[in-house]
Structure formats: structure tokens, C-alpha cells
Write a protein that binds this ligand. Structure first.
Ligand code: KG4
Ligand code: ZN
Length: 358
């Protein structure tokens, strides 16, 4: 209890999921990646229209595959930001219509906090925790006191980790979003640990800055034009056996990102000796090198590692339904005046409070 419908439409994934008792009953997800790949990045207007076109069909599909009816839904939760404003508004309009029609509570969910809670779908969450969120739009370090209390300790000053992966992939003329191809190529070689810098470590803060690393890769490639794909392959054409020099470049770049994330996360852990777990979340948490390096760090500090499966790392509605269900249980909800929060603005804690569920 309660049966919670989650809706995700903050970027280029349209998804709906049902969660009950913190358990995922099913999800219907459609990625627009192929459409946006034609333009080399997400086109906001196209994304909004696609969400609008897809939501109804995905809802029917979800109900069909879980054997549940709309009338059984007890809470409607929706990603309310940060994200693309138009895309969020489509999801919010859909969620509000459903909540009003079904006469059930509406819960707006912070997309970033949902990413960090996603491991709770398969593992017991343990607090306090230090959380590293690495996605296409964010590289954030959090101190997480409970599933409702998040303190932002560090953030990227420029490009997010996923953005650097995608931009390096673009330099290589790989299709968007190319982070997963760099990861795949990196598996085929050992990194040269001195090839690229580990940026922005010579300071006392927990922030990140990846633009220097991006420039270093671009300067390296200026002398190594042979590594760039002459013609952009389709995603299906990218092979797992790259040219050895290309594999080494990707392994070395991947290593620099993984090490930088690990070192700053270790500094955060040193400031939180009471922490019991380390959470790694967001699309870039699907990266094998980063998963291994953060897992080693958790072992070093004697912490439980909370790491979602790769499908729960990238944008999905299961995490929105899970966070929504927990909030609803604790008595948090929104009115129909719930607002979307675009990227770059912080998401307010503006819930209405009711009695927690028994
Ligand atoms: O969390 P997410 O799905 O969407 C945002 O909220 O941004 O993250 C998407 C990002 C993209 O930049 C994508 O290239 C990156 O996650 N990504 C990866 C991998 N899989 C997805 N980056 C590196 N290695 C991967 N295996
Ligand atoms: Zn995300």
C-alpha cells in the first residue's frame, strides 16, 4: 500500500510505472533517443510533442501488462523537475488530470532525489548515506540523512559527467548519446593513467569541473584525426571491438572521470564518518569503470554500496513511482497548482502535509 503510478517525462524518456509496497509491478518506457540522435542532442520542442503523443498509449500498455485497472491507483506521482520545462509540463498536465479524475493524491517528485532513491526498489536503503548522482545534466554529491532529507554538498561548475561523455563521443563522431559507446570501447583496453588530467582536485571543496578534461581530449584528438569515425555509424553499427588506439583513448578518458569522481566522493565520505552507505545513481552510474571504482571506495570505507541495476540508472518511471509512494506514505502531497521546475533552478520542498499512512 498504496498503489502508486509514477510518470517520468523530464527529458527524452517517456515512462510510466506502478509501484506497490516499494515493489515494482511493471513499467512502460519509450526512449526518444533515436529521434534526437538525428539532431545530435535533445530538441526540446520535439521532446514535448513526443511525450504528449506517447503517454496515453503507454498508460494502457502498463495497465495491460500489470493486470491492474486505473481505478485501483491510489496515488499519482510525477517528476516535477529539474528537466526540460515543456516536457515536464506535459507530464504534469497528464498527472493532474489523472489525480483529479481518480480523486487521489498528487505527489510531485524531485527527479534527482528519485535517482538517488532508485536502489530502494531492489535493496534496503540505509541512512545516513553519501550519494553521488551522475547524469546527463548533473554531477551532484549529497549527504542524505533520510529518504526525505537531502543536503547538496557539491556540484559541477560546468559540464555534467554525462555531458562530457557525450561530448567526447561527439568529437569521435559517434551517435548521440554516446556515453555508453565510450564505456563499451573502454572495456577493450587498459587506460594510460597519465594521458588525461584528473581535473579540479587541487581545492578543498566537493565541486567538480570537467571542461578542462574535455579540452584535453579535444587537443589530443587534433593530433590523432585517424581515431575519429569518418562517417557517423548508427547505434546498431557501433562494434564492441574498436581500433586498439581508440580503445586506449576511451579507457584513459573513462579512467580520468572515474578517478575524479572517486577522489571527491572519498573526501565527502571523510566529512561524514557516521555514513552507513554510499549511493551511486543517474545515467552515468551505468558506466562499468565508474561502478567498479565506486564499489572499491565503498569497500575501503566499510560502507554498504547502494547501486541500481543499469536500467534503473538511466531515466525511468519506476524511481518516480517509488519516491512518490514513500512521500505519500509519509503524508506528503501537492495541490493541483504544483509547478514544474526547469533545469538550473532548485526544486522547492513545497509539499502539503497530511497524516502519515498507518
Ligand atoms: O540519468 P539520465 O538517463 O538522464 C538525465 O537525467 O540526464 O543520464 C543520461 C546520461 C547521458 O549523458 C548518457 O550518455 C549517460 O547518462 N550514460 C552513460 C552510460 N550510459 C548512459 N555514460 C557513460 N557510460 C555509460 N554506460
Ligand atoms: Zn535523470
Amino acid at each position: 500500500m498504496p498503489l502508486c503510478l509514477g510518470i517520468e517525462s523530464s527529458c527524452d524518456e517517456t515512462a510510466l510505472a506502478l509501484v506497490e509496497d516499494s515493489r515494482l509491478l511493471g513499467e512502460s518506457l519509450s526512449s526518444q533517443a533515436d529521434i534526437h540522435a538525428l539532431f545530435g542532442g535533445v530538441v526540446p520542442e520535439i521532446a514535448s510533442r513526443e511525450h504528449y503523443r506517447l503517454l496515453d498509449g503507454l498508460l494502457n500498455d502498463l495497465l495491460g501488462r500489470t493486470g491492474r485497472t486505473l481505478n485501483e491507483v491510489e496515488v499519482v506521482s510525477v517528476a516535477r523537475g529539474p528537466g526540460l520545462l515543456g516536457s515536464l509540463l506535459v507530464g504534469l498536465g497528464f498527472a493532474k488530470g489523472l489525480a483529479m479524475g481518480l480523486n487521489v493524491p498528487l505527489v510531485g517528485v524531485n527527479h534527482l532525489q528519485a535517482h538517488l532513491l532508485a536502489p530502494g526498489l531492489t535493496q534496503q536503503l540505509i541512512f545516513p548515506a553519501v550519494g553521488l548522482l551522475v547524469s546527463g545534466g548533473h554531477t551532484h554529491l549529497y549527504y542524505i540523512k533520510s529518504e526525505l532529507e537531502f543536503e547538496l554538498w557539491g556540484r559541477t561548475l560546468d559540464d555534467a559527467a554525462g555531458e562530457v561523455f557525450d561530448k567526447v563521443a561527439k568529437m569521435l563522431n559517434l551517435p548521440y548519446p554516446g556515453g555508453k559507446f565510450i564505456d563499451m570501447f573502454a572495456q577493450a583496453a587498459e587506460p594510460d593513467q597519465r594521458l588525461f588530467p584528473r581535473p579540479y582536485l587541487d581545492n578543498q571543496n566537493l565541486d567538480f569541473s570537467f571542461s578542462g578534461l574535455k579540452t584535453a581530449v579535444s587537443l589530443y584528438l587534433a593530433d590523432q584525426a585517424g581515431l575519429v569515425f569518418r562517417q557517423m555509424p548508427t547505434a546498431g553499427e557501433v562494434s564492441g571491438s574498436p581500433d586498439p588506439a581508440l580503445a586506449r583513448l576511451c579507457a584513459s578518458f573513462n579512467y580520468s572521470v572515474a578517478e575524479t569522481l572517486k577522489i571527491k566522493t572519498a573526501r565527502a565520505l571523510a566529512r561524514a564518518p557516521e555514513a552507513k552507505s554510499l549511493i551511486l545513481a543517474g545515467g552515468v552510474a551505468a558506466n562499468q569503470g565508474i561502478r567498479a571504482s565506486i564499489a572499491r571506495l565503498a569497500r575501503q570505507f566499510g560502507l554498504t554500496l547502494l547501486l541500481p541495476s543499469p536500467e534503473l540508472c538511466t531515466d525511468n518511471a519506476a524511481m518516480i513511482a517509488f519516491a512518490g509512494e514513500r512521500l505519500a506514505k509519509a503524508g506528503y502531497r501537492h495541490g493541483l497548482d504544483l509547478e514544474a521546475v526547469p533545469r538550473g533552478r532548485s526544486v522547492p520542498w513545497d509539499y502539503e502535509r497530511t497524516a502519515p499512512a498507518a
